[in-house]
Design a protein. Structure first.
Length: 381
């Protein structure tokens, strides 16, 4: 031993010099160094070591394993708080006689915590942070209350979750491995859904908007039949398609009630003619006996129904061709036909709107039949 300038070891000591110049100091009670002591070789201390000043070493300091209640490296005023060995390759930190932290390779583990005292929190905000909400559950708390729980297959928020605005190419909420597919804020009070970096649907203001689509890829379609559905044909026009072909097209244009149908389906004929019912439904016209009942062939009285053909101009605002020009036409006035026989007129919201072609044809047939019978009784010279 080099020197002992002040004080002495208490209460008793045994110092023995070994052949390898190592010093063994054995303490039966407690050793207190109140002076500078230098060792030039390894020293083993058995017992407690209390240092009132600085302790400097250029070699290893090997501590006992310790425990949560008596950590190897602790504090004089708080002996059950410090660092100890939790086992092979395990570093543990205790606080108040309890294991608070466990460090291994490659994990850092803490206590479960709770919403009011999360294990990972902040010095200035101790009741806000992260904790274990149960087996395989991560809890996030704010102000002592659970705000969100994360499970292996779901995220369960308990408060409003606010994200960035995002865009179609980088939605605010997307998917790992597919970052350009998800949900974003399209605009004020509008939600956008995107796939592959392009928007597919917009929701807002009580409306749902889709892509324009096309005949081969309609906007609204079916999982097992992608070329059958509905799409926007043009301004104020909608089309229904089946198998990639247009089956029906409705257009606003300048005629509010105009409906356009492909010629193959609009042509006359028992198997292709279309008509509009009194309730506004588009239906294939049929005239087979199997669809009718209470059939009465005594229709001679129909020959007395007055038909008043007229020459007229259709108003420009009602031009059927949609070019805004007035049309010079021949035909009938639906109001006249309704007055002659209500079965020939068509009502809409209680007002005469159109007439039934079949009814007019039946009246004409009755008139022709009457003329034929007169001709049969006529003696020609």
């Amino acid at each position: 031993m080099a020197r002992r300038p002040l004080g002495k070891f208490t209460p008793r000591e045994t110092i023995r010099q070994l052949t390898d110049f190592r010093w063994l100091v054995t303490f039966w009670k407690e050793v207190r160094f109140y002076a500078v002591v230098s060792f030039n070789a390894a020293v083993t201390l058995v017992g407690d070591l209390t240092v009132g000043g600085d302790l400097t070493t250029t070699g290893d300091v090997l501590l006992a394993d310790g425990a949560a209640s008596a950590p190897s490296l602790a504090f004089a005023s708080d002996p059950d708080t410090g660092i100890y060995s939790g086992g092979t390759d395990i570093l543990s930190v205790s606080a108040g006689n309890t294991q608070a932290l466990k460090i291994t390779d490659p994990q850092i583990m803490g206590k479960a915590g709770s919403a009011s005292a999360p294990i990972w929190s902040f010095i200035a905000d101790p009741d806000t942070g992260m904790y274990s909400a149960g087996t395989n559950l991560i809890g996030m708390s704010a102000a002592g209350s659970n705000s969100m729980t994360i499970a292996p297959s779901a995220v369960l928020p308990k408060v409003v979750v606010t994200g960035t605005t995002g865009s179609a190419s980088a939605p605010a909420y997307s998917f790992e491995g597919d970052p350009d597919t998800g949900m974003y804020r399209y605009g004020d009070n509008a939600l956008g859904l995107a796939t592959g970096g392009s928007y597919d649907m917009i929701m807002g203001g009580g409306q749902v908007s889709f892509l324009v689509g096309s005949t081969s890829a309609p906007s609204i379609t079916f999982a097992g039949d992608p070329d059958t559905g509905m799409y926007r044909y043009g301004n104020d026009q909608v089309a229904l398609v089946a198998g990639g072909s247009i089956m029906f097209r409705g257009a606003q244009d300048s005629t509010p009630d105009e409906v356009r149908i492909p010629p193959a389906y609009a042509a006359t004929g028992s198997d292709s003619a279309l008509g509009v019912t009194s309730t506004g439904l588009l239906r294939r016209q049929t005239s087979a006996r199997k669809y009718k009942e209470r059939i009465d062939y005594d229709t001679a009285h129909l020959a007395d129904v007055e038909l008043r053909p007229v020459d007229y101009w259709r108003k420009a605002t009602e031009a059927s061709e949609g070019d805004g020009e007035a049309k010079h036409l021949l035909g009938f006035i639906a109001d006249d036909l309704y007055e002659a026989n209500p079965l020939m007129g068509r009502l809409e919201k209680g007002e005469v709107e159109d007439f039934d072609d079949r009814a007019v044809l039946a009246v004409l047939a009755a008139k022709v039949n009457r003329l034929e019978k007169k001709m049969e009784n006529c003696t020609c010279k």
